[in-house]
Design a binder for this molecule. Sequence first.
Ligand SMILES: [Zn+2]
Length: 288
Amino acid sequence: MGKLVRMLTKDGAVVVTAVDSTDIVNAAQSHHKTLELASAALGRLLTAASLMGYNLKNETDSLTLQIRGDGPLGTLIAVSDYMGNVRGYVENPMEQLPLNGKGKIDVGGGVGGGQLYVVKDLSLKEPYSGCIPLVSGEIAEDITEYYAVSEQTPTVCALGVLVDRDYTIKHAGGYLLQLLPFTPDETIDKIEANLKLMPSVTNMMLEGKTPEDFCKMLLEGMEPEILDETETSYKCRCSREKTLKGLASLPPEDIKELSEDEEITVDCRFCSEKYVFGKAELLKLIKE
Ligand SMILES: [Zn+2]
């Protein structure tokens, strides 16, 4: 289980959402068999989606982050519900690159240049959607830029994924700090001073720090209080019924072509689930 926590300063001007997403990224790694580069990139995107999803208001709301980059990883998608439960995939999970100049996994190189799309389905007529050109492809910077440009909300985002030698995820987590419009200068100064002292997310986790600790460190001196917290996980919402519905939406000639085989297998792109449909079932779809 992942752990999400949200803390607010006493004056209500700054809110921090933080998550331990180690189990979430491990689940993604095991579903998609990602190697280091894809684990780091998809893990950061899932972590960001979980943080942003937890800030949605209603039970039926959902949020999708899509990165369409020209790097070797291809397209990445992460979808979150309002409790920060996420699912996602990466087009090319096995691609690898040498470490970057800082000796770190080259997520920016793996993602390349392109766009970040943010879609919020708030159960209104039309979903809200925003798009920005990628700043670095390192994902945290791109999320920060998205909030500045599309939502005019000053935001600091930090994300980290530490991959172990056996490809499992040792630690993953992150935080999203947001300033409300009326934040006094004095508070902004304190935040800036605290940010200078913040180690990287993975270094904090290696020292045994929790999401609550990240929040307390960021909001040190501002009497922070816990607003809410929850457990969160990698959760796919696929089912046989939904998959069949998806098939039913294909043009009849495509379904006919599929029905030439005795049975077809449809793989869920978010999890390892396989759904098998027989010829008769497909032919019935055409009739209907
Ligand atoms: Zn699934």
